[in-house]
Write a protein that binds this ligand. Sequence first.
Ligand code: AHG
Ligand code: MN
Ligand code: MN
Length: 299
Amino acid sequence: MLLANYLRQCGVDLDLQSVILRIAQGSVELCSRVDNNAAVTVGEENLSGDEQIKLDVLADAIFTGVLQGEKVVYALVSEEKDDQELVNEEGRFTVAFDPLDGSSLVAANFSVGSIFAIYEAKGAIGVTGADLAAGIYCLYGPKTMLVFAIGDKIASFTMHKGEYYLEKNDLRIADTTKYFAPGNLKAVNYNLNYGKLVDYWISHDYKLRYSGGMVPDIHHMLYKGDGVFAYPGMTDQPNGKLRLLYECIPMAKIVEAAGGFSTDGEQSILTKKVESLHQRTTFCVGSKAEVDRYIELQV
Ligand code: AHG
Ligand code: MN
Ligand code: MN
């Protein structure tokens, strides 16, 4: 079933349907425009201090372009832009996005993604996961896929000839797992509790599944039915690296809709209030028993 038909069949709010279909359209365009120069650096850094590559800039321009044409959008926030951009004063939604997650993996042709958080709010400051109308990611790998969570509904779609078709709507994450994805592994040298957690996983024969791209790393747990992904902080980077507004909240929403859990070590990522657009947060997400272990060990 086509994405548009599925959204209609599920009775998704019409305005939200339009925004999701714009995002799908953007991802189709992005796939058609990737070329040999994708990983060339452009000599600029974004606000977070990451070096931009041509594909970051292209992805940002494409998704900004499609979403600017959508009158139900109040404002846009992109990882690649310092400030929020007003689209329509009358709009209902603020769409925050990471146009290309995993830029540093593009040169090596690893899987990468795009992440979107559609908030029912006029502006991003002060929102929490409770304001999220939908969390979405696109995954560019052997297959191009789109996964969304709306309320407690989660569904995945595969792109074929420029259209997304329903693949699964029964994705679940079990409470226990033997897969682990330890982001920021060097932090074990400074954050000794993270070292204890990683030692536990290794000494109990857990299987490593880590690509360095959060979208494929989290997608792995949805498709295997269990797993845990962590990106903790350390002394000189207490809040880790990942951004709350447009990386962690939408990914946590998708995982929680599938029955998993999320935390920053103290509270669910979905209850954490956004205080600044590019705010970072520590993050652990996945099977309940492992998210609990992360909290208990005070990583
Ligand atoms: P981005 O490419 O948008 O900057 O984010 C990449 C993220 C995420 O996908 C991954 O889990 C993490 O950065 C990896 O970080 P390290 O650079 O610490 O490996
Ligand atoms: Mn990212
Ligand atoms: Mn990015």
